[in-house]
Design a protein around this ligand. Structure first.
Ligand code: NAD
Length: 310
């Protein structure tokens, strides 16, 4: 270290200010939770919102809910059938929705679809990276191809979709990038090595991107990362959750839409997962492993079926 006495004093002062600022942020969070949500929601009427994986599960529900608030919703899904059903449901509810069949494993297809979307619908205001897949096999039983595919859909595609729309957002200093990760991106789980790793990557993507925007003074571009526990959409069919209840898709979609409208940076669902996450970070590895075992984490995937038997 090559710091002068004056520089060290300045550093200490700034650290003290940082501590005070942390306390201020905690109080601010507390006060915000006391303000009714209806006062904290932004207006998305006329916004173009792209939801990947909008052809099923919470992606479809988010399309319906966002369109109900006046947004022009676009779904990208590899399933043409799923996409068409989403368009049907959104339009039946009086909303606007466009669908494009896109395989998110194909970077070139993503860029081509982005160009088409901008020409046919307009600039994207909010991007929701929601599509995801799971194999649910132990590492040695997982074919290489499915590990690669898991990373392509759950993590890598976020880079390509974001790159495709970020330049427009940067020029306006306005936009929102939403990452649907998972509690599997915060806590490890056996039988899900590829899935957890890809979701840890998605969480890291969101956190680093948020810092990048801050460092570049682009405070008008918001990011949100969502980490839910298991949701009853069928993706994790068969999973056994001893303590944590399987979440209702409607509830999760509503919470995510609210987080988007309130520019919430991090959303853990259910909220008490924040405590579980803190305990795990603070406890010795052996102790958190023991706690995980008694809470049934290590046997959760024993009867996993997923979507393959649907
Ligand atoms: N279901 C859960 O228990 C759970 C829990 C935590 C997080 N999540 C995450 O929430 C998100 C949505 O999950 P869901 O339960 O609604 O799943 P889902 O299976 O119902 O929907 C996922 C959608 O992604 C689409 N998709 C898959 N691969 C694609 C590809 N290559 N290109 C384009 N689209 C593709 C599918 O066709 C499907 O419509 C996922 O990212 C998932 O990892 C789910």
């Amino acid at each position: 270290m090559d710091l002068t006495g004056k520089e060290i004093a300045m550093l200490v002062l700034r650290l003290l200010f940082g501590l005070l600022y942390s306390v201020y942020c905690m109080v601010e969070t507390l006060v915000l939770t006391l303000i009714p949500r209806s006062y904290r929601r932004k207006d998305i009427k006329g916004n173009v919102i792209l939801v990947t994986g909008g052809g099923s599960g919470i992606g479809r529900l988010m399309c319906i809910k966002l369109a109900a608030r006046g947004a022009i919703v676009v779904t990208w899904d590899v399933s043409e059938e799923g996409n068409l059903e989403t368009v049907r449901q959104v339009v039946a509810a009086g909303g606007q929705c466009r669908a494009y069949t896109v395989d998110l494993c194909n970077r070139h297809a993503i860029y081509a679809a982005a160009t088409k979307l901008k020409q046919e619908v307009g600039k994207v205001d909010i991007l929701v990276n929601n599509a995801g897949i799971v194999t649910g096999k132990k590492l040695l039983d997982s074919p290489d191809e499915s590990i690669i595919r898991t990373f392509e859909v759950n993590a890598l595609s976020h880079f390509w979709t974001t790159k495709a729309f970020l330049r427009d957002m940067m020029a306006l200093n306005k936009g929102h990038i939403v990452t649907i990760a998972s509690m599997a991106g915060k806590l490890p789980c056996n039988g899900l090595v590829d899935y957890c790793s890809s979701k840890f990557a998605a969480v890291g993507f969101d956190e680093s991107l948020r810092l990048e925007f801050k460092a570049e003074g682009k405070n008008g571009i918001k990011t949100t990362v969502v980490c839910p526990m298991y949701i009853g959409t069928g993706m994790f069919k068969g999973v056994q959750s001893k303590i944590f209840p399987v979440l209702k898709p409607e509830y999760v979609a509503e919470e995510v839409v609210d987080a988007i409208l309130m520019n919430t940076p991090v959303l853990l669902i259910p909220g008490h997962m924040r405590i579980v996450h803190l305990i795990r970070a603070g406890f010795p590895e052996k102790a958190s492993h023991y706690l995980g075992e008694i809470m049934g984490v290590t046997s959760m995937m024993d009867k996993f079926e997923g979507r393959k038997k649907d």
